[in-house]
Design a protein around this ligand. Structure first.
Ligand code: C5P
Length: 218
């Protein structure tokens, strides 16, 4: 694969609702980078699986994945607990992961010319997809704090779900994502750990910006 030269590449991994998406969007805006929320791809596949039923097989999903557009990933319907659960089930399948990888690599290393680079967040971005990224972060937060944040987001979107259900679901997804055979979530040695439990969104971004500026301005 041809890679665009001299671009800024940022890779982020995190458990669900740790604030990685928010920080990735800040980074994208600050440095004019293409942002890809890779969790949304698995959510989209999860949604397709939920609606396709028996039609869902390798060639069916291969065709669908080959047609994915970033704009499809902004659909707020993807922000539901049922779809998140299904996403983490389809994400265990290495054949699906292989199909998604190509799309991710293209966004990561060949972002459209109008961008100065890319920022991707997910579960295997620092460990598999962008091992050689210029910047690698592992963003995390305490489980209960993450559950509270996610619960608030659901409330805003008027989703019917209790705090307890959100907590249970995040705990289960953490377990599945960290313990699966292929591309499990883990902090790579070369990733910078950012714990957002006690940090505001802004304070967290100041930390990240300092790290990036320090490197690109020297
Ligand atoms: O980040 P988000 O919560 O939207 O991700 C949904 C699910 O997609 C995760 O729980 C995980 O199972 C899967 N995922 C993954 N690899 C990624 C991104 C997400 O396996 N790079």
């Amino acid at each position: 694969m041809n890679k665009r030269k001299n671009i800024i590449t940022v890779a982020i991994d995190s458990p669900a609702a740790a604030g990685a998406g928010t920080q990735a969007k800040f980074i994208a805006k600050e440095y004019n980078l293409l942002y890809l929320d890779t969790g949304k791809i698995y959510r989209l596949i999860g949604k397709i699986k939920l609606t396709a039923g028996k039609k869902f097989n390798h060639s069916f999903i291969k065709k669908k994945i080959s047609k994915i557009k970033i704009s499809q990933l902004n659909n707020t319907k993807l922000i539901s607990d049922d779809i998140a659960k299904c996403a983490s089930i389809v994400a265990k399948d290495n054949n699906i992961r292989k199909l998604v990888k190509k799309f991710q690599l293209n966004c990561a290393y060949n972002p459209p010319k109008k961008y100065s680079g890319s920022v991707l967040d997910g579960r295997d971005i620092t460990s598999v997809i962008m091992k050689d990224a210029m910047f690698k972060f592992y963003i995390t937060a305490n489980l209960k704090i993450r559950a509270k944040r996610r619960y608030k987001e659901f409330k805003k979107l008027k989703k019917k779900i209790s705090y307890k259900e959100v907590l249970k679901s995040l705990r289960k997804r953490d377990y599945l994502d960290k313990n699966r055979k292929h591309s499990p979530l883990k902090k790579t040695q070369d990733s910078i750990l950012i714990n957002t439990s006690k940090l505001s969104k802004k304070a967290c971004f100041i930390k990240i910006k300092e790290i990036i500026d320090n490197e690109i301005n020297t």
